[in-house]
Design a protein around this ligand. Sequence first.
Ligand code: LRH
Ligand code: MN
Length: 430
Amino acid sequence: MSYRIPAALIAEENAGAAPAQEDEYAALSRKLARRGVDIESIVKQVASFAVAVPTWGVGTGGTRFARFAGPGEPRGVFDKLEDCATIQQLTRLTPTCSPHFPWDKVSDYAELAERAKALGVGFDAVNSNTFQDQSGQKLSYKFGSLTHADKAVRSQAVAHNRECIEIGEKLGSKALTVWIADGANFAGQSNLNRVLDWYLESTAEIYADLPADWRLFLEHKLYEPAFYSTVISDWGTSLMAAEALGPKAQCLVDLGHHAPNVNIEQIVSRLIRVGRLAGFHFNDSKYGDDDLDAGSIDPFRLFLVFNELVDAAARGAPGFNPAYMLDQSHNVTDPIESLMQSAIETARAYAQALLVDRAALAGAQNASDALDGHRWLKAGFLTDVSPILSEARKRGGGALDPIAVYRKSGYRTRKFEERPAVAGSTSGIV
Ligand code: LRH
Ligand code: MN
């Protein structure tokens, strides 16, 4: 039997941390009551908050320069599911994971679905991969996939995406995320207009295959691995494609896929306005698509994104049903610890956004009182909501201090013993 963290250890650790939690919770409860906010209503909303874990994120990540594998690396999707379940067990924020194919390919998807169910995790959007060549693959994606000049390559890429939908149906997913690396490194290498024609032609074939209750998530990215032009480089192009394809196509916002200092929360607001916000790949970055831990570089930006999401929910924005997922690369930390911390930081931004007094904010905005508007918004961000996050975790059966319990459990060491090291890639993101 592979090691699972015993519930008794969580209960024991929670008991030790309970007095401090009760004290801090009571203090915050009084503070919020003075603002006319019932802390219980916030805990309830946080308790139903969920963000999916990327299966490719539980293994150590890397860059083109190197990947330094850690101990107890997952050997395949079954190990990855175990680690995803451990993140859910301790944080109660991650009931689903987002798989990637063919990285998570198995021969028996019913067995995989069964194992996931037994571990208490489900499947969110599936991700296709036409940005790498697989061994035995007939045609290369070196010069593109859904937008390759050769129709045969485009058809091969369409077929792969259709296969991902079939797999997703077996796993209970309801969406396909399509990110393509297609682009050019030289001006003149491709016709900037024709490649979008091919993209729309190819994705229309994929769209036609979507089950009635599925969505197609189009993921834009400014650059990398293409460094002159990227076919789906920004939200505008992604929205053009979604509107051309049909109502089930929406735009997925990976926070790291924009030029530095782009106002992402405004992009989010625009996509919500037209009912085309698919959801997110949360992470953080300072320069490029750094895939750092969510909230680790610019937590205020993450808060501003959630402020738009809470505002949209509050006004009942039509078609508002965003999927929340993490998409990170853990090059120097234990991926499980980083993913737990990142899930908590996204829940933190959500809770802080829930604490914004929207009536007072609107009042200041309508009065063109710039500073007051900023202060009413910032008041949410400046509230330490840790006791609310901990309370929601505890009530959900999780750990008051997930990382402390994880370290105390020796889970990583146990997995090191259980999982003989596999020869992984020595560079690259996975
Ligand atoms: C592309 C991306 C995409 C995934 C990949 C692992 O940068 O964000 O979402 O397919 O990372
Ligand atoms: Mn992504």
